[in-house]
Design a protein around this ligand. Structure first.
Ligand code: GLN
Length: 309
């Protein structure tokens, strides 16, 4: 067994023995029934070695982790013009907060809070039917993970569409400022569906490899984005990827990371590894409780914090 596999297994054992797992998200009814006892940790290193622990092949709802990939697609289409409709500053607020939007003229603080991600989705949808845009996002995920079995969980999407009044409020509010170009229903529908993409930690860690390796998947040498763009997406993940828990995540883990209310986190050790962790129970900021703890232990034991060992 490699050193990395030993560390991943150790952390998996420690997490599975932990009694306090946090609360699963209930505001999306379909997520309320997920078993909080599940745990997975997968690390893919620069050589393509995979270290996996726990429920590494069980698909879960990636939710806001999808925002990293929609941002990547939108930057590919619009380049820096995307920043005319969404900012790059941490919000210090909850992921679904509406307060800053009024004082900041409908421009969301960053692409990872819900308002920002809905604006990014609207940019991707522009000029297309929602189904085409969604197909493009799903195919991008399948391409990055080199796995065509990745799918959208339509029950989760429908569940959020039925109850997503707050996201509808955010989208309508932005529309009133002209920040959303297309029909609000299109942007929201595609947003709910890309949040409902289901992936396992193994698939997610594979999909994140381009961010860990300067924009290219090291196994295929296929460039996905430029090194500069990968660096900047990582910077946004570090500063904004955990909403009002971003400071704490940087303090404890020291890696760019993006969480989702399904309990997943994608974390990037630049030049070293792409990491996916999943534990459905959340903390008060809506970030995976055991997921963050597992990453804190991993970055410490592997000396991967970007701020030094
Ligand atoms: N789809 C979820 C929502 O809009 C995503 C939130 C999250 O994962 N933090 O509320």
């Amino acid at each position: 067994m490699s050193d990395l596999q030993v560390v991943v297994q150790e952390i998996t054992d420690e997490m599975q023995a932990m009694p306090n797992r946090g609360e699963v998200a209930t505001y999306i009814p379909e997520l309320a029934g997920v078993d909080p006892n599940q745990f997975a940790l997968v690390v893919v290193d620069a050589q393509g070695n995979v270290a996996a622990g726990g429920d590494a092949d069980v698909p879960f709802s990636i939710q806001s982790i999808s925002k990293v990939f929609t941002l990547t697609l939108a930057l590919g289409k619009f380049g820096d013009r995307l920043w005319e409709r969404v900012g790059r500053e941490p919000s210090g607020s909850r992921f679904n907060s509406i307060v800053q939007l009024e004082s900041e003229h409908g421009i969301p603080r960053n692409p990872f809070i819900n308002a920002g991600a809905i604006a990014v989705t609207d940019a991707i949808v522009a000029g297309h039917q929602p189904r085409e845009a969604l197909g493009e996002i799903l195919r991008f995920m399948q391409f990055l993970a080199a796995d065509d079995s990745i799918y959208i969980d339509h029950k989760v999407a429908a569940s959020e569409a039925r109850t997503g009044f707050r996201n509808a409020a955010l989208a309508n509010y932005m529309k009133s400022y002209g920040v959303i170009d297309g029909p609000v229903d299109y942007a929201l529908g595609v947003y709910f569906h890309h949040c409902a993409i289901a992936m396992s930690c193994r698939q997610l860690a594979m999909a994140g490899r381009f961010l860990a390796h300067f924009g290219a998947n090291p196994s295929t040498i296929l460039p996905v984005v430029t090194p500069e763009r990968a660096r900047r997406i990582n910077a946004l993940m570090l500063t904004c990827g955990h909403y009002d828990g971003s400071g704490e995540f940087a303090y404890r883990v020291g890696l760019p990371g993006k969480s989702g209310v399904g309990g997943g986190i994608l974390a990037i050790a630049p030049g070293k590894a792409s990491i996916a962790v999943w534990s459905p129970g959340l903390d008060v900021s809506g970030n995976s409780k055991r997921g963050r703890l597992a990453l804190e232990r991993l970055s410490k034991r592997m000396e991967w914090s970007i701020f030094g060992a």
